[in-house]
Ligand binder design. Structure first.
Ligand SMILES: C[S@@+](CC[C@H](N)C(=O)[O-])C[C@H]1O[C@@H](n2cnc3c(N)ncnc32)[C@H](O)[C@@H]1O
Length: 350
């Protein structure tokens, strides 16, 4: 906060109150996603009353009306009064239809549901995570899995939801990320831990002559090819464990949101393994929400680092830390591109 802002906050702490209540905004959106409010309103030919919405969603009229009003207040829904009797009629905004209804090309519905079912309960144990310095999967979900991806993937349904959530980011940021550097010189590209192949598809769109392989755990590759494959698929999927199995040879290795999952020794192990198989002149592309060296932001990356604490064994880093790890693994000419959106890109050469 600037000096001026701090002074006006002393008179009445608007911003602080907004922060203290921020979770209520998130929860209202999550519940509406879970109930199907946005799916209903975005496909309805006309605006609907709270009673009609409640009936369609099998929810209470009173609860539905309060939820709809809150969504109007945060400008996610529109409301108009019916001229005859003043009944409130609710309709979807464009933002809600594009981003919060299920199934659209840019839908963030899976992200909202993952936040509701997994992230929010984990954050409920944030104090313990800070005290203990470790993730809270066991305490939150009673899973016996030591390794956090086993915990995230503890059922097929959970795996599919996590993968849907991962995919949604690249519908928004994918193009900026893959064009942050000109990758046209890299012919064979491997997206290491590439999940559904959503980012790999953005690479092929931007560089149609490249050939892209998605490398991920066997169960993830199975799920990706069963539920996330497009009709005109041009990607190759290869399954394996990136810490132990042979990695495909390539000119460029993409690691998107991978290093923030792991402690430094595992990051170095993975980077060194990649460096060993990467051809000279080839490269490694990191895609991460990077922290500012000054420690003053960006807030989304700082909150993501806390999120990594409750979820994983890793954390977010500033670019200097990634540079050090890349150089220690045998890579050079490290360059950073801040996209101005959620994810930044670091390119290093072999
Ligand atoms: C946080 S997700 C990122 C997914 C994708 N890169 C993206 O940004 O959307 C981490 C990915 O690493 C994969 N992964 C985790 N451990 C792995 C391992 N030992 N070998 C291969 N893939 C692994 C997970 O299955 C998951 O798809």
């Amino acid at each position: 906060m600037s000096e001026n802002l701090s002074q006006s906050e002393m008179d009445y702490p608007f911003k602080l109150l907004e922060y203290l209540n921020g979770f209520k905004v998130s929860m209202a959106i999550f519940s509406a996603c879970e109930l199907g409010v946005f799916d209903l309103l975005s496909t309805s030919p006309c605006a609907l009353s709270a009673q009609q919405v409640a009936q369609a969603l099998r929810a209470s009229v009173d609860g539905t009306e309060r939820l709809l009003d809150a969504l109007v207040g945060i400008e996610i829904l529109h409301v108009e009064s019916q001229p005859q009797d003043g009944t409130a009629l609710y309709s979807s905004t464009e933002v809600a239809s594009v981003y919060l209804a299920k199934g659209g090309a840019k839908s963030l519905h899976d992200l909202a549901i993952y936040r509701l079912e997994t992230t929010y309960p984990l954050w409920n144990n944030l104090t313990d995570a800070v005290r203990e310095g470790k993730n809270q999967f066991e305490k939150t979900f009673g899973t016996q899995h030591k390794e956090f991806f086993q915990a995230i993937y503890r059922t097929e349904e959970k795996m599919q939801k996590f993968m849907g959530f991962m995919k949604s980011s690249w519908m928004l940021d994918g193009h900026d990320v893959v064009t942050a550097f000109n990758l046209a010189g890299f012919q064979n590209i491997v997206d290491v831990g590439g999940s559904t192949g959503a980012l790999a598809r953005e690479i092929v769109k931007a560089y149609p002559s490249s050939s892209v392989t998605v490398f991920d755990l066997p169960a993830v590759v199975d799920m990706a090819t069963k539920h996330f494959l497009l009709e005109n698929n041009t990607l190759t999927f290869q399954s394996g464990d990136f810490f132990n199995d042979e990695l495909p040879t390539a000119d460029l290795y993409v690691l998107a949101r991978i290093l923030n999952d792991w402690p430094e020794e595992k990051c170095l192990k993975l980077l060194k393994r990649i460096c060993d198989v990467c051809k000279p002149g080839g490269g490694v592309l990191l895609v991460q929400a990077t922290l500012l060296e000054s420690r003053r932001g960006p807030v989304h990356a700082q909150l993501s680092s806390l999120n990594m604490l409750v979820h994983t064994e890793g954390r977010e880093h500033p670019p200097s830390k990634y540079t050090r790890m890349l150089q220690e693994s045998g890579l050079r000419d490290v360059q950073l591109c801040r996209t101005g959106k959620y994810y930044d890109v670091i390119l290093a050469l072999r």
